[in-house]
Design a protein. Structure first.
Lengths: 414, 158
């Protein structure tokens, strides 16, 4: 019998030639990411465990993004502890204001195809976009990896998702992943790997795949996996080796199930309050008045997302009373969007452009909403209380839909 | 015996402990905000030895370990659910909070009822009825028995 992507990847990593789904193996960790909210907790546990040195400081990346720039009195404490931790244990990969962790991990070259990566954030599944196995963990386990360089994992079962054909205009990878989450439900891929393939996926940019991998956790998945190709290699600045190309699921592998979509049948979608799996077509909710639009996050804050939105709002004006907040996912993206005029177009239409970071998405820095307000947002979670009070309605959408809504002040098809 | 606090399906980690409290320096300072958006009297009513009972996918959402940590700090003896989200499940075991899968219990018990749970037998008893729970895999049971990952690592070194 053939092997799934995750079985092949973990066989390579562990050297256990017959490892299969359901087995518990000890993985050798290639890279870890810790963001500013959890750094103090990781440090405390690491020292409580009695470790005195980090297994490989080169493999550790600290990213300040949730609390940048500081907005509450206690925030700077996290950065100070991070700086002290880095100095004490010789960590050199510290990003203090470069952007959102999940964007930086691939953009700055920390994750390569076939790697095993863990992060103290559930959206660590993102790096599956380049064919890495990556998953979120808590701070106690992170402390343990810092000391040992390993983590036990149960090799997950795999759900194969095949998407073929050409996506209609204004239907993006965000609409694809929202539809999938709606069909699977919030627990539908629990403990599973989601393995993506098909011509639609092959034709996608790495950025679009990143959006899908990012949201795999919203169906409960342990990881998302995309087979490395030429685009992946270029993005990661590596040569596409024969070995990397073998990272794909065999047709006769042991799949839990296979789901197939025809791209032409997909439509712009929304995740309605307050569950990510409460998916409805945008067309069914058109006309609903909104108070704010958020374009950004590790899900949809990349250059192609900003360009898509700019093309829609170009020459138009954001509706009165609607705050249209745009957050590029990293400084690199910010500069690129500045250079090619995308930010000009968005600002001219009335957008509020903010610094790269996580603030708005997790309801921590700016853009907070209050009871009875409604927001269309391109991020990945619409949980109760996520972007303000528990009586805020959050609708998750693609950048195209979000931009169309910003112009009309209502839920609108792009 | 402990009292049951019953919650619905897909309880997410933002509902267990919201983002705005994660910056409090200690779990002790966070714990009075547990489940605040769902039931703002939970933290004051729950007593050491009580139980959280939920339906499917308990603890979905973020990786915040503070979610199981506030429940443990409030003295919750165990969470018994039809199923758990995987990061919450791992985190709970790692900090020594028992998380028990029981498919049947949820549909037959009410909020406020008294429950007896035997971790050794893997059974829960409510109103004289005994419900069988799913046992942990031996690897996780071993971590839990030792009081969590911290204790487990310290023991390996000793």
């Amino acid at each position: 019998m053939g092997a799934t992507f995750i079985e092949k990847l973990l066989r390579r990593n562990t050297g256990i030639a017959d490892a299969k789904c359901g087995d518990i193996v000890t993985a050798n960790v290639d890279r870890v990411m810790i963001h500013d909210i959890f750094i103090p907790f990781v440090k405390e546990k690491f020292e409580e465990m009695g470790f005195t040195e980090i297994w490989d400081p080169d493999k550790v990346v600290l990213i300040y993004d949730h609390l940048v720039p500081a907005s509450q009195l206690d925030d700077p404490r996290h950065h100070r502890i991070g700086n002290e931790f880095a100095a004490k244990y010789g960590l050199t990969h510290v990003h203090r204001s470069d952007g959102i962790c999940h964007q930086l991990m691939t953009e700055a070259g920390y994750v390569k195809p076939g790697n095993v990566v863990f992060g103290t954030d559930s959206h660590t599944t993102t790096y599956g976009c380049v064919g890495a196995f990556s998953s979120g963990i808590g701070y106690t386990e992170m402390a343990s990896i810092l000391g040992t360089g390993t983590l036990w994992v149960k090799i997950p079962e795999t759900i194969k998702v095949v998407i073929d054909g050409e996506l209609p205009e204004h239907v993006t990878s965000k609409d694809v992943i929202l539809r999938l989450i709606g069909d699977l439900t919030a627990a539908g891929a629990s403990y599973c790997a989601l393995e993506f393939s098909g011509s639609t996926v092959e034709n996608m940019t790495v950025a679009s795949r990143m959006t899908m991998a990012n949201m795999a956790i919203e169906a409960g998945a342990k990881c998302a996996l995309f087979t490395p190709d030429e685009k992946t290699a270029e993005y990661c600045a590596v040569e596409l080796t024969e070995d990397m190309k073998t990272l794909s699921g065999d047709p006769d592998a042991n799949y839990l199930k296979t789901i197939h979509y025809q791209a032409e049948e997909l439509v712009p979608a929304l995740a309605c309050p307050s569950q990510v799996d409460k998916i409805r077509p945008v067309s069914e909710l058109e006309g609903l008045e909104i108070d704010q639009v958020f374009l950004g996050s590790c899900t949809n804050g990349r250059l192609e997302d900003l360009r898509t939105a700019a093309a829609i709002v170009k020459g138009k004006t954001v509706a009165p009373f609607v705050k249209f907040i745009v957050t590029p996912a990293s400084r690199k993206i910010y500069l690129e969007a500045l250079e090619d005029g995308t930010l000009d177009t968005l600002a001219a239409a009335g957008a509020i452009i903010t610094h790269p970071g996580c603030g708005l998405c997790c309801g921590r820095t700016g853009g907070i909403l209050t009871d009875g307000e409604r927001v269309v947002a391109t991020n990945n979670r619409n949980f109760l209380g996520r972007m303000g009070t528990s009586k805020v309605e959050i609708y998750l959408a693609s950048p195209a839909t979000a931009a169309a809504c910003a112009v009309t002040g209502k839920i609108t098809l792009p | 015996m402990g009292k049951i606090f019953k919650f619905h399906t897909d309880v997410d980690t933002d509902q267990i402990i919201a983002s705005q409290y994660l910056l409090y320096p200690t779990v002790e300072e966070m714990k009075s905000h547990a489940f605040e958006s769902l039931d703002d009297s939970f933290a004051s009513r729950v007593q050491p030895g009580d139980y959280v009972v939920a339906a499917e996918n308990f603890g979905c959402g973020s990786s915040r370990e503070q979610a199981p940590a506030v429940l443990k700090a409030l003295g919750v003896k165990a969470v018994v659910a039809k199923s758990f989200a995987r990061i919450f499940f791992r985190n709970a075991i790692n900090i020594g909070l028992p998380v028990i899968v029981c498919k049947e219990l949820y549909d037959h018990v009410n909020d406020g009822e008294e429950m007896d749970l035997s971790l050794i037998d893997g059974t829960a008893e409510v109103n004289g009825v005994t419900y069988a729970c799913t046992k942990l895999n031996p690897y996780m049971q071993d971590i839990l028995n030792q009081g969590g990952l911290l204790a487990s690592l310290n023991r390996e070194e000793a």
